[in-house]
Design a protein around this ligand. Structure first.
Ligand SMILES: [Zn+2]
Length: 322
């Protein structure tokens, strides 16, 4: 269509009509996200969670994906949100304010904000601007208006981080820094973070071997490592001869973490691998109930969500939409 031929009234009508259609489409998108979420279909597509699916699989930016997830989930609890989205009385970033505040309330008090409370708050922020909504939400839950954490990747790929922490956490960090002062020479928080992070990675990935003090040269140490690894495998193989199959050892998990580093679930249709590095668990490729052995060759890393999905698929249990 040639927009140049439209007069100012026609252009005004056109933009309003398009925006109205855009809101209707947004409502349809939210209902679709809600259905995918409730049936946990993103797991079958090879994604560990809905957020990663919307960013990497669908193409939303991180912020857009999070706002749509917040709205789709609130739509499940408070159906009247649908008409407010379609009319434009409530915008997605206002919905995110409610959902984020509910998460903060749960984090600090372990109390779940009810659907009724969310509905009441939704009515209070209807047709208000962002700043007014921010104040309403903060006073409703009696929460401080806190600056959100921001992460900005800079030109040299370093990351500029801005975050707000509680006084209790700040005190704990200071105490930990004092306890580690023999190992970290400065009181710079970045040095502390690097030291603690290195220790965690080392602890979770290095296969520890007990060494005999009388045999402490390097060649001997390597030999002991080989013997220990062979022992792990043969012990695990032997265990299959008994009726009860033992779970994987922590050493096998460390071997896998070193080797694969992420969830190995693949979508059987697209072949997409999950690659999630959070909540990794050691899974029997061939299940224990099907005589799968607890040996490295039968082990794979799966994230907790895909481990659960694999179990449900083997047991024939589906995630049902509500
Ligand atoms: Zn996974």
């Amino acid at each position: 269509m040639n927009l140049k031929i439209l007069n100012k009234f026609e252009l005004d009508q056109r933009i309003k009509s398009l925006v109205s259609k855009e809101r209707e489409l947004l409502h349809e998108i939210l209902l679709t996200i809600k259905e995918i979420d409730q049936r946990k279909l993103y797991l079958e597509y090879g994604f560990a969670n809905l957020f990663l699916y919307l960013v990497e699989g669908v193409g939303y930016s991180a912020g857009s994906a999070q706002r749509r997830i917040d709205a789709a989930r609130l739509l499940g609890e408070v159906p009247s949100l649908g008409s407010k989205i379609q009319s434009g009385e409530v915008k997605l970033h206002q919905v995110s304010l409610i959902q984020k505040a509910a998460r903060d309330v749960y984090k600090t008090t372990h109390k779940k904000v009810t659907a009724e409370e969310k509905q009441e708050l939704l009515e209070q922020i209807t047709a208000k601007n962002f700043q007014e909504s921010q104040k309403e939400v903060a006073s409703f839950f009696d929460l401080p208006v806190v600056e959100a954490t921001t992460q900005v990747v800079q030109a040299d790929e370093s990351v500029r981080l801005s975050l707000t922490i509680s006084k209790e956490l700040a005190d704990k960090i200071q105490q930990a820094q004092a306890l580690l002062s023999h190992a970290i020479s400065s009181n710079d928080i970045v040095d502390y973070l690097e030291y603690v992070t290195d220790r965690v990675i080392k602890q979770k990935t290095s296969v520890r071997v007990k060494l005999d003090n009388s045999r402490n040269n390097f060649v001997e140490q390597e030999k002991i490592v080989d013997e220990q690894n062979a022992k792990i495998r043969s012990t695990e193989r032997k265990s299959t001869a008994t009726v009860e199959v033992k779970p994987f050892t922590a050493k096998i998990k460390k071997i896998l973490v070193n080797q694969d580093q992420c969830c190995q679930y693949r979508d059987p249709v697209t072949g997409r691998r999950c690659r999630n590095q959070w909540f990794l668990q050691t899974d029997h490729k061939q299940s224990r109930w099907a005589d799968g052995e607890s040996v490295v060759e039968n082990a794979q890393l799966l994230c907790a969500q895909h481990n659960r999905l694999k179990y449900r698929q083997e047991a024939g249990i589906k995630y049902l939409s509500r």
